[in-house]
Design a protein around this ligand. Structure first.
Ligand SMILES: CC(C)(COP(=O)(O)OP(=O)(O)OC[C@H]1O[C@@H](n2cnc3c(N)ncnc32)[C@H](O)[C@@H]1OP(=O)(O)O)[C@@H](O)C(=O)NCCC(=O)NCCSC(=O)C[C@H](O)C(=O)O
Ligand SMILES: [Mg+2]
Length: 285
């Protein structure tokens, strides 16, 4: 699994030059350079050219870079891949993935080009069939992560948006289970009301509790909330340190279980505690 942080994953329309520049200074862990739904049909050829040039010219530092091309069964997908390949993309995010065959097709095309020898694949989990095939998709070649596409899921399932996201829960969990089973990164869907900080905060808390690694975002104003909520809190860091101390003391006494704050601490809790501290250290540096 990729151990870099994915707390915040910001979509940027590939057609918006100013936003593409702005992102070189934004505190986002990862960027999705979008050629799909954020780009109008008439703009698609210009956007893919602009994006290919931008990726070669600008320095996005440590931010993970994903390029969302159009699906390969659309009139734009193959051209997107041709033009973007020249920029040696770190990862291609494929939308509307229904089955592992979609990933295998993309992997074959990447295999055929020396520039994309190391390019990883991410999949949008955003159709009922895709969610039902999540484990096969997660097991396909070059796979590195899932992004939940909650808008397309809502459309295809005919569900209504609710603040508790109950109608989306099965899909979110199926995506998460498949990603975690195969050691992939799992990133939650977008919160459309980008000026509603309280709503975003609640949805980030929910996604964090479920086990998502981060949240996809559509506006820079959403970054701070996601970065805060998907980072280990000071309470979590303190508890992790004390768990490790308590467990080490128990082991030194010849015991396999410690008790801290009235709760048991076993070796599996130490795995989680160490992951929390490693993530905190990575973010601090
Ligand atoms: C939502 C927006 C259209 C709002 O745009 P705008 O009104 O221009 O915002 P602001 O004036 O507040 O912008 C302030 C400055 O921030 C920059 N900016 C805005 N958005 C971004 C961004 N995403 N990344 C980087 N920089 C951004 C502006 O350029 C301004 O900069 P400056 O002038 O220098 O101060 C707009 O935010 C937007 O287009 N967002 C992205 C929308 C998008 O990508 N949608 C597609 C992804 S969501 C999706 O597809 C879901 C999925 O597939 C599913 O099915 O669920
Ligand atoms: Mg979508």
């Amino acid at each position: 699994m990729d151990t870099r942080p994915f707390r915040s994953v910001l979509y940027i329309p590939g057609s918006k030059e100013r936003a593409l520049h702005k992102a070189t200074t934004l505190p986002t862990d990862a960027i999705i350079f979008d050629l799909e739904d954020a780009v109008a049909i008439d703009e698609k050829p210009r956007a893919r050219r602009l994006l290919a040039d931008t990726l070669q010219d600008l320095d996005y530092g440590p931010r993970v870079q994903l390029v969302r091309i159009n699906a390969l069964n659309t009139e734009w997908g193959a051209d997107d891949l041709d033009v973007i390949s020249a920029a040696r993309p770190e990862a291609i995010l494929l939308p509307k993935v229904d089955s592992a065959a979609h990933i295998e097709d993309l992997a074959r095309r990447l295999d055929a080009r020396p520039e994309t020898a190391d390019t990883r694949i991410w999949a949008m989990m955003e159709s009922p069939l895709g969610v039902l095939n999540a484990l096969d998709i997660a097991s396909a070649p070059r796979m590195a992560g899932f992004i939940m596409g909650t808008n397309d899921l809502a459309k295809d399932m005919g569900l209504r948006y609710r603040a508790d996201r109950m109608p989306l829960f099965t899909s979110l969990q199926m995506g998460l289970l498949a990603a975690k089973a195969r050691g992939l990164v799992a990133v939650d869907g977008v919160y459309n009301a980008f000026r509603d900080g309280a709503g975003l905060r609640a949805e980030c808390e929910q996604g964090r509790d479920m086990g998502f690694d981060g949240k996809t975002l559509i506006h820079p104003s959403q970054l701070e909330i996601a970065n805060t909520i998907f980072a280990p809190s000071s309470d979590e860091i303190d508890t992790a340190r004390r768990q490790i101390d308590a467990y080490n003391a128990a082991v030194a006494r010849g015991e396999g279980v410690a008790v801290l704050d009235g709760k048991i601490v076993e070796n599996l809790h130490i795995v989680t505690a160490k992951q929390i501290l490693a993530k905190a250290d990575a973010l601090a540096s």
